[in-house]
Design a protein around this ligand. Structure first.
Ligand code: BGP
Length: 479
């Protein structure tokens, strides 16, 4: 009963949101370095170059680059078994096209992995988390170009070889299904179409976007194949942003809409990555979107061979959808929807739904029957650093407690195969959607503001001590 003995408890971050040091150690500019800061009400901007008067939060972030030893010691103090992080592709291949990798970049991650392993923490590494070398956007319009597949494979092979024996668990693309939405153009695919400036309102070319996503799916499969060739012990997973939707009413039209939405937004990429081929409904989806994909025989073989070893996903909230207009709307992670009267919302308007996590775990497992890990879940909220260095965050404890309890039910009562949980943003970092530091997720408070000012000192929040107990009791003590 309960979570498996070696359950992987930990936390998650992404290079572009936590590392900073954007031009240190030979790193090239990345797409994330060109995203300005925004707020809940004023969207981030995507700029082609550095503009005067703009702040680019990824460039400084939480300065993990210079604080990693301290940050990892704090993770160890909480008892982390795993730390999910990403490698910045542009630290290894500054423009994405070099023949040889940047040794200084490789050494940085050697130091990080060594520090983790010295504390008994396993790294779980995402190859690409919402960033890529900016030069690839400028030259190829990102993943719109098929040549990105080879460039990505070279990068993947380089890090697989280098960190063989140090890193067992890998993920290919963060929230790859984000590319099913116009928002994914720049963030997930590195596509910056002529006229794009507003992060929430990008110029969208559906045909280009779906083709680019196809290239990424092939690249993901190539990485899986390469990883297994290099080290049979490597476990390589996909990463899906689970965006569950419920029918707002019992009108069968709402149910059909819901089914279609699950396919388009949740299952489309996952079916390819787990089952090795496009699902039957892909044809009708492409027809509806008015797109025709260039898929070669070779691509199909690659997809078939490169299926993932496990399923990873992020889960923050759920939404309702309906064919009936005039229903109040809620905002959300990547996608909003009709407001659910049974749920509360976070400060940023995301609907909080722990039971939805149990439901989601069951849906995924019933479909794929492969081991699962939750690699993002958490609450973005405003925290207050008290003068004595404490941060009281009962709302975060409440959120996490309910989600972990729901996940426990899915394991204990329903019997799904779940092997880990990494809470999102364990060390405060900048928000992907708004670029703010004020939207904090961490167990550890970072003293920095939305313009990158502060001491960058670290403080333990109340949730830090709470999570330590959760881990020590293997999820039994949630109080
Ligand atoms: C996911 C992303 C993360 C992360 C998280 C929280 O979609 O994978 O990078 O940031 O959402 O979202 P936000 O930072 O917008 O609050």
């Amino acid at each position: 009963m309960g979570f498996q003995k070696d359950f992987l408890w930990g936390g998650a971050t992404a290079a572009n949101q936590v590392e900073g040091a954007f031009d240190a150690g030979g790193k090239g500019l990345s797409t994330a370095d060109m995203l300005t800061s925004g707020t809940h009400t004023s969207p981030r901007k995507i700029t082609a170059g550095t503009e005067a008067g703009c702040y680019y939060p990824s460039r400084i972030a939480s300065d993990f680059y210079h604080h990693y030893e301290q940050d990892i010691a704090l993770m160890a103090e909480m008892g982390f078994k795993v730390y999910r992080m990403s490698i910045a592709w542009s630290r290894i291949f500054p423009t994405g096209e070099e023949e040889t990798p940047n040794e200084e970049g490789l050494q940085f991650y050697d130091r990080v992995f060594d520090a983790l392993l010295a504390h008994g923490i396993q790294p779980l590494v995402t190859l690409s988390h919402y960033e890529m070398p900016l030069a690839l956007t400028e030259k190829y319009n990102g993943w719109a170009d098929r040549r990105l597949i080879d460039l990505f494979e070279r990068y993947a092979r380089t890090v697989f070889r280098r960190y063989r024996g140090k890193v067992k668990y890998w993920l290919t693309f963060n929230e790859i299904n984000c590319a099913c939405l116009p928002l994914g153009n720049y963030m997930a695919l590195g596509i910056r179409n002529q006229g794009t400036r507003d992060f929430l309102n990008q110029v969208d070319d559906k045909a280009l976007r779906y083709q680019a996503l196809h290239h990424q799916l092939v690249a993901s499969a190539r990485a899986v194949i390469a990883g297994h060739e290099i080290d049979l012990a490597m476990k390589i997973g996909n990463m899906i942003a689970m965006m569950p939707v419920y029918p707002y009413s019992c009108d069968p039209e709402d149910l059909l809409l819901c089914q279609e939405n699950w396919r388009e937004n949740n299952w489309y990429c996952a079916d390819v990555q787990v089952q090795g081929r496009y699902p039957f409904y892909a044809e009708s989806l492409w027809r509806k979107q008015g797109v025709r994909l260039d898929i070669t025989q070779e691509d199909r073989k690659t997809l078939e061979r490169g299926t993932v070893d496990f399923f990873s996903f992020s889960y923050y909230q759920t939404n309702c959808i309906t064919v009936h207009p005039d229903v109040a709307q809620a905002s959300g992670n990547l996608l909003g929807g009709a407001k659910n009267p049974y749920l509360e919302t976070s400060d940023w308007g995301w609907q909080i739904d722990p039971k939805g996590l149990r439901y989601t775990l069951n849906e995924i497992y019933a479909r794929y029957h492969i081991p699962m890990i939750i690699v993002e879940n958490g609450l973005g909220a405003r925290d207050m650093l008290e003068s004595d260095g404490t941060v009281h965050d009962p709302y975060r404890i409440e959120y996490l407690k309910k989600h972990i309890a729901a996940m426990k039910q899915a394991v204990e009562e329903d019997g799904v195969d779940l092997f880990g949980y990494t809470m999102w943003g364990c060390i405060d970092l900048i928000s992907a959607s708004t670029g703010e530091m004020a939207k904090r997720y961490g167990f550890v408070y970072v003293d920095a503001d939305d313009e990158g000012r502060g001491t960058f000192d670290r403080y333990r929040k109340d949730s830090f001590y709470w999570y330590k107990k959760v881990i020590a009791s293997n999820g039994e003590d949630l109080e």
